[in-house]
Design a binder for this molecule. Sequence first.
Ligand code: DX5
Length: 234
Amino acid sequence: MAEQPQATNNIGTDRPVQIVPSVLPADFARLGDECAALEAAGVDRIQWDVMDGRFVPNLTFGPDVIAACRSRVKVPFEAHLMIEEPDVLIPRFIEAGCELIIVHAETTRHLHKTLAAVRDAGAQAAVALNPATPIEAALPILDLVEMVLVMTVNPGFGGQSFITSMLPRVAALRAHIVDAGLDIDIEVDGGINTGTIASAHQAGANVLVAGSALFKDPEGLEHAVSELRSLATP
Ligand code: DX5
């Protein structure tokens, strides 16, 4: 196995490991079938990478595409909103069947208000931090979220390399959450594969998003999910 990058301030986590596929590399002509295959492969939930071509230089899918796939599977959906002014569309993503809404701290002037509105609408809320956004940006709103997503690539595309300097950030955030006695997951997204997942988990991430590593496994989705899960589970 490739040398795993390490953080020095790891405290790890005993929170349940969740393997969450990004559907970014999926066959967009068969998204319903792809969701069904992911569920059959044993994923814990499905992440929809929503991109608007403004916050990130890519454009993907809106709420109607997600709604079209909702009835194909039972696993929860999470919407990773890489979109400017998310407040406008958040109700549509909840209506489409997303149980968890991930809001980038960089996309709204009133993050506390936006996350509170997600919870008031009956969904779970999470905040995402780009690689250059201090983790301190999440601290004032930890009481509103189930999860913090620490991006391990710059958002916009799949297949990028894991940014190893994010590991100490994950570890520092996990330490803060533990010290504060909070019940919060940490998710990482970007470049998660057999060579990086163990380090991400040791740093304190328990929700691990993978796109390329799942869809490009020559032995198939089920093999990829179980291999990643076993590497993340000490
Ligand atoms: C970036 C996307 C990707 C995707 C996963 O905006 O969020 O991180 O989900 O990409 P892989 O697993 O292929 O790096």
